[in-house]
Design a protein around this ligand. Structure first.
Ligand SMILES: *[C@@H]1O[C@H](CO)[C@@H](O)[C@H](O)[C@H]1NC(C)=O
Ligand SMILES: *[C@@H]1O[C@H](CO)[C@@H](O)[C@H](O)[C@H]1NC(C)=O
Length: 400
């Protein structure tokens, strides 16, 4: 099931679902201080900036993203950029919370004629593992499992915000020949409610839950994945398999089949993170969240900041290696390039896919903001093709 692109009616519905949650979850003084800043931005600054940069600036002075984006994409990304830099995460997190994302998903289903989701989904809480289980047929064993950790700077985001993206990915896997693909979308505690190692422990608990639920040998069927801070958690997990590392016999048994990392936040606090005119991330906000996550250790610890790792990439590698997808214009581009360089130098199997004029987490964002079906699925197709070229797809050949 791949729903159509977001339209104006969806935007109105989103705002209607958002308002009660804001009133309910945010205290009045914070809400008021956000409102008095947002209203002048939307009424005055945004339209001026947009007209000036989009219609009056010379092409060579436009940002690569603006040059390539539709009007709708440009407006949304400008709003997100403003919000990321100026709105505190305590308010921002409401936008991506289950309380807004789930009714919005249900609304999108209804708008497309589905009374209920044609793909099964269910919350799971077990042995410290919390997440959203999404599967074609809940009564049959999955033949591939995507273990997904969402992004949002450790301070925002929820599995439900990604449910449509993950179901679209699942649908592409099904169309590619898998008979019963599944996704486990991790739900982890956000900062500042908890800090390192809580999120790291939760990430490992989710993986352990999957391995134990599907028995020995199931790890090879697991593709670990995530975007932004979620991809960071996945990399930290790979670089620190903990007790497994002490027992090399079991290590290969417990290795995931592969890793697909979307715009990983490789260096949590670093000079490598530089604001760009195209991207919507903001270096100062990122560094604030990183410090809430792990304090000074973000600058020195090569598990917490996986990009600092130079020599354990091959040892930590999933059975089929890594795919890293990122945008040429994003804040994390320099850090990601450096990490990919170290991965290759260390002898790991890694495929890097740099999207031209791309901004942060574009495979996720473009599914919602893309105009054509091709543009919307561009990222998911790169991810699915990588899986199809790996040993995870070998079961398909055998069945046919
Ligand atoms: C994280 O896991 C480690 C190792 O299992 C444990 O010692 C530690 O107490 C856990 N910390 C948190 C905050 O969950
Ligand atoms: C513009 O964006 C589309 C969709 O993301 C992409 O396919 C295309 O390569 C981009 N073109 C340029 C010139 O950046």
């Amino acid at each position: 099931m791949i729903l159509g692109a977001i339209n104006g009616i969806d935007c109105i519905a989103f705002v209607l679902f958002l308002i009660p949650q804001l009133i309910f979850q945010v205290d009045w003084p914070s809400l008021f201080s956000v409102l008095i800043r947002v209203v002048p931005f939307i009424v005055f600054r945004l339209p001026c900036q947009l007209v000036q940069e989009r219609y009056f600036a010379k092409q060579e002075n436009q940002s690569p993203f603006t040059r390539n984006a539709s009007l709708f994409q440009d407006v949304v990304i400008r709003c997100v950029r403003y919000a990321f830099a100026r709105i505190p995460a305590s308010v921002g997190r409401v936008f991506f919370s289950k309380g807004v994302a789930l009714p919005f998903f249900r609304f999108r289903l209804l708008r497309h004629g589905y009374i209920r989701s044609p793909i099964y989904y269910k919350d799971i809480i077990r042995n410290g593992a919390r997440g959203l289980w999404i599967i074609e047929d809940p009564n049959t064993e999955p033949d591939i499992i995507i273990y997904y950790a969402h992004g949002g700077g450790f301070s925002m985001g929820s599995a439900y915000f990604y449910v449509e993206f993950l179901m679209a990915w699942l649908t592409r896997l099904k169309e590619s020949g898998f008979s019963n693909p599944a996704v486990f979308a991790l739900e982890y505690t956000l900062v500042p409610d908890a800090q390192w190692p809580t999120q790291f422990n939760e990430t490992r608990a989710g993986y352990k839950f999957l391995r134990e639920a599907f028995g020995d040998g199931s790890a090879a069927k697991i593709c670990v994945s995530g975007d932004s801070a979620g991809a960071t958690l996945v990399l930290s997990m790979l670089l620190q398999p903990g007790e497994l590392e002490k027992n090399p016999q079991f290590q290969s048994l417990h290795r995931p089949g592969l890793a697909i990392l979307l715009s990983p936040w490789t260096h949590l606090v670093s000079e490598l993170n530089k604001n760009t005119p195209s991207d919507y991330l903001d270096r100062d906000s990122l560094h604030l969240y990183a410090k809430q996550y792990a304090g000074q250790a973000t600058m020195t610890d090569a598990v917490i900041s996986p990009g600092l790792n130079t020599d354990r990439w091959k040892q930590a590698s999933p059975l089929n290696g890594y795919l890293v997808v990122y945008g040429a214009e994003e804040v994390f581009q320099p850090g990601i390039s450096e990490m990919v360089h170290h991965m290759k130098k260390d002898g790991a199997v890694v495929k890097a896919s740099e999207l031209e004029a791309g901004i942060h987490a574009w495979p996720v964002v473009s599914l919602f903001l893309g105009e054509t079906r091709e543009e919307r699925l561009q990222g998911l197709d790169i991810m699915t093709d990588f899986i199809m070229s790996s040993s995870l797809a070998s079961s398909i050949g055998k069945r046919k």
